[in-house]
Write a new protein. Structure first.
Ligand SMILES: *[C@@H]1O[C@H](CO)[C@@H](O)[C@H](O)[C@H]1NC(C)=O
Ligand SMILES: *[C@@H]1O[C@H](CO)[C@@H](O)[C@H](O)[C@H]1NC(C)=O
Ligand SMILES: *[C@@H]1O[C@H](CO)[C@@H](O)[C@H](O)[C@H]1NC(C)=O
Ligand SMILES: *[C@@H]1O[C@H](CO)[C@@H](O)[C@H](O)[C@H]1NC(C)=O
Ligand SMILES: [Zn+2]
Length: 496
């Protein structure tokens, strides 16, 4: 696996001129690593350390870019279970209220509740959401929309663009990520809309800049801006196709515009940047994709730290996760081991791998026949495994072309060889780390905090009032099923 580099593509940022500074200006960058728990951090740190030192254990000087900024941990349970999903977790981190799993920006009774991003927008700040998952997904959605179900993407997409907003205006000025499916007409390939509206076309007519390619993203220089690059979530960082911008490119573009706008008017900004596919790697039990996504997340912070000097006023940067996914263990006993197993895990196994299990599965399914020779070659070429065992090969053959079966077969082989174990394919209840830098206010985040405290602390820092927003939007209908039924009877309502 190659290390992602932290070289910025947008050198133009260095030219942002020194405007008259608003000394009071405050900005917040909230960075969420979806599904990243503590063991995942150790896995990535040891991975780089092993590479850099050729496995010299006495050399333990390597630190992850965020290691010095750790301030505490976050507790993540939802209103109805110890194990949260990303919707309830995002809602807690955006609104300060616990809700039911699956619910987005609503309380336990389904009423719309205000988010820190909406409060920032109403206070005149510039606002942005960036993710390499899809923009209508739960984490960005929790800051931006109100829907009793996280799965009503068409409804969420209409709210993102403010066509059906609780506030009557779009809450986020900049939205960049994967997932064009709910924005394009039902008749178009890759659509997940129930109707033939072309939201991107409508957005353009309403003055949004729309980016569907890297070139269009590079050219974009103003808000409102919507960038959507894949049907749903984007590929894992180490598998990115040439047509997909990286999280780094998307975050840099959003920050470039936010810095420009806030330098012009002295208003601060609020941005949530999500590395959204560490979670997918956790669900897939794929340690290779996990490490690459985690280092991707870390590298975004290397860049943010460089950019801080160019941002007027003070910028509070908080990084945390919404929950742990997979609860990986570094060190496993295998059936072949003596009773206790060995005291080691093997990062070098991950270093030899070049692609995720998902990528390998896609490549194999492009073939007409998956023979043993093809499998042996795939292990060698993609996973860096020169000597697959009969059992490992058989697992691929037995998958009979099922995409998850194929991907599992490679992920299991790599995990076993690296001695990385997984507790589950789902989320877990484990606490997650909290990092903070950029302000003395970081002291407030110290210790073990509840996920609901996070937006409350940001609200106080920015002197916002989330309750005011909740009061304003409490009558907004958050039930997509009801609205769809009504709209189907009367198409006109759809275009309000
Ligand atoms: C330890 O690793 C660092 C890089 O992380 C390297 O610069 C240094 O030379 C190494 N020192 C030893 C004693 O191997
Ligand atoms: C929405 O309303 C429908 C119809 O009234 C109801 O069946 C459903 O439970 C409500 N909630 C969600 C999340 O759709
Ligand atoms: C991911 O990469 C593949 C190439 O492996 C490409 O075909 C695809 O369009 C990319 N995007 C998604 C969402 O899979
Ligand atoms: C909240 O609402 C009250 C009453 O409408 C208003 O006086 C106050 O200024 C608002 N606060 C903020 C921070 O918007
Ligand atoms: Zn998840």
């Amino acid at each position: 696996m190659k290390l992602p580099t932290s070289i910025g593509l947008f050198c133009a940022l260095a030219l942002v001129s020194a405007q008259p500074t608003n000394k009071e200006q405050k900005n917040v960058i909230l960075s969420i690593s979806d599904g990243l728990g503590l063991p995942g951090l150790t896995m990535s740190r040891e991975y780089v350390r092993n590479l850099e030192t050729n496995g010299n254990f006495l050399n333990y000087t390597y630190q992850l870019p965020l290691d010095d900024d750790m301030v505490g941990s976050l507790r993540t349970s939802s209103a109805n279970t110890y194990i949260t999903d990303s919707a309830a977790a995002g809602t807690a981190m955006a609104t300060g209220k616990k809700t039911l799993n699956n619910a987005l920006g609503v309380d336990v009774d389904g009423n719309a509740i205000g988010s820190v991003l909406e409060a920032a927008k109403l206070a005149g700040m510039h606002t942005a959401l960036v993710t390499n998952s899809y923009v209508s997904d739960a984490t960005p959605g929790a800051f931006n929309v109100h829907s009793q179900s996280r799965d009503d993407y068409w409804f969420i997409a209409e709210q993102i663009l403010g066509f059906r907003g609780a506030l009557g205006i779009p809450a986020a000025d900049i939205v960049i990520g994967g997932g064009y499916c709910p924005f394009i007409p039902k008749s178009a390939e890759g659509s997940c809309r129930p109707d033939d509206r072309d939201l991107l076309q409508e957005a353009q007519e309403k003055g949004w800049t729309v980016a569907r390619t890297i070139e269009e993203l590079n050219e974009a220089d103003s808000a409102p801006l919507i960038g959507v690059f894949d049907e749903k979530a984007m590929n894992y960082t180490l598998d990115l196709s040439e047509d997909e911008p990286s999280l780094m490119q998307m975050a840099e573009k959003a920050l470039e515009i936010l810095i420009k706008l806030s330098n012009e008017d002295g208003k601060g900004f609020f941005i949530m940047v999500e590395e959204g596919i560490i979670d997918y790697a956790g669900h897939d039990n794929d340690p290779v994709a996990h490490v690459s996504s985690t280092l991707n997340h870390m590298n975004v912070h290397v860049r943010i730290k460089e950019l801080l000097k160019q941002i007027n006023g003070e910028t509070l940067v908080v990084a945390t996760s919404d929950h742990d996914t997979g609860q990986l263990g570094l060190g496993t006993s295998l059936p072949t081991d003596a009773e206790l197993g060995e005291y080691q895990w093997k990062p070098e196994v991950l270093a030899n791998a070049k692609h995720s299990g998902d990528y390998i599965s896609k490549r194999l399914r492009e073939l007409t026949e998956i023979t043993s020779d093809v499998i042996i070659d795939a292990f060698k070429q993609y996973s860096g495994i020169e000597d697959p065992t009969e059992e490992e090969i058989k697992r691929v053959l037995d998958a009979e072309g099922s995409s998850s079966g194929l991907s599992d077969a490679f992920n299991i082989a790599v995990s076993n060889r690296a001695r990385v174990g997984w507790t589950t394919r789902a989320h877990t209840a484990a606490d997650v780390p909290v990092y903070c830098y950029g302000s003395k206010y970081c002291d407030q985040f110290k210790g073990s905090i509840e996920n609901t405290e996070l937006p409350q602390l940001i609200e106080d820092y920015l002197k916002l009032d989330i309750n005011n927003v909740s009061e304003m939007i409490k009558d907004f209908n958050t039930n997509a099923t009801e609205i769809l039924g009504r709209d189907t009877n009367d198409r006109d309502v759809n275009h309000q």
